[in-house]
Design a protein around this ligand. Sequence first.
Ligand code: LLP
Length: 421
Amino acid sequence: MDHFIYKDGVLHAEDVSITDIARSVGTPFYVYSAATLRRHYQVFDEALAGMDHLICYAMKANSNLAVVKLMGDLGAGADVVSGGEYRRALAAGIPGDRIVFSGVGKTRDEMRLALENGIRQFNVESEPELLALNEVAMSMDTVAPVTIRVNPDVDAKTHAKIATGKSENKFGIPIARAREVYAEIRGLPGVKAVGIDVHIGSQLTDLAPFRAAYEKVADLTHGLREDGHEIIRLDLGGGLGIPYETSNQAPPLPLEYGQVIRETVGDLGCEIEIEPGRLIAGNAGLMVSSVIYLKHGEGRDFLILDSAMNDLVRPSMYDAHHDIVPVIEAAPGVEQAPHDIVGPVCETGDTFAKQRNLPPLGAGDLVAFRSAGAYGAVMASEYNSRPLIPEVLVDGDHFAVIRARPTYEEMLARDTIPEWL
Ligand code: LLP
């Protein structure tokens, strides 16, 4: 569910018309709906009601400080994967004891930063990382709380680039080896095991892989407890998918996902953590662009937009589908025609959609990409020297720019020409 609807024929974010925002900030831009973000947090919270739980928002989906603060104010924790995200979480007001640190390549500097400022747990992904963390913590006279991210060898049945739970993926420690690694932790004074972590992939549209993975985690919990470990916490990762195509069948609801959690690990007496990103932010955001040209090609029409693959890379990177809709609703009965929707970047891959039906549009008209709130702005680059596009947050009837569009001067000022050149 989202709060982007047509009112009097104009697409609105909550009570603000997209055309008003476009007039004020120019195009292209991202716009997020605070009500939608809050609602998505709440559906997870309701899905886990009755269980001791913490929703650690996966900041990689959308790490704008305003978005993270909004999450933190609701009580969310954060799942971070870099020193940058850790700093953002703190800056947005999320305390260290609500931050979990994931990622296969944590550096010693990042470990130190988190140990100095507070951390709920490190989700450790390899033995070399465990040894490094032990050393860093000992050098600081402290003990780092850890989980081991286990790789359950479960097929998440999602796009190959975002599946993480198969043994051939770089993530986690094979679950079959987990007991050995937990035994090793016992001999390391700088680390203390507090639980188990698992994350099998993103944009999952079937609950069966979650169930399979969580059953394995439940078995491992019993095994580790037999070995004498105190397992108080299970981090079950993120990954629940969202509907990208309004015409397609919707993925399972958070409530159904919560039921799987209840059934698999609900009776273990553990604190439950989940790390959703996409489901919270994805359908809470649009990317809005203007048409630059309508170009009649040979046998097809191209709609050339002012946004490009550098602004929203998902279609060219994962062949991802985003619904693209006109901001001014077409009058009933207006005929739609197929268009290739492309950006101005000099690559054929800079194609958002092929042969997508749209009503007649021309230069200056606005279109909106739906489901662009997650893995949109955060994955943007300045390729072709195109400045990053601004981000706007709507809350009810007002909006604010939450990241300004940089000027060309600011963009150029980051480079230096050495004096000897
Ligand atoms: N936790 C961990 C350890 C993760 O690696 C991820 C996502 C999440 C949580 C959040 O998963 P979510 O609930 O958002 O599915 N750029 C890709 C998605 C990459 C996801 C990477 N990991 C895309 O645009 O589809």
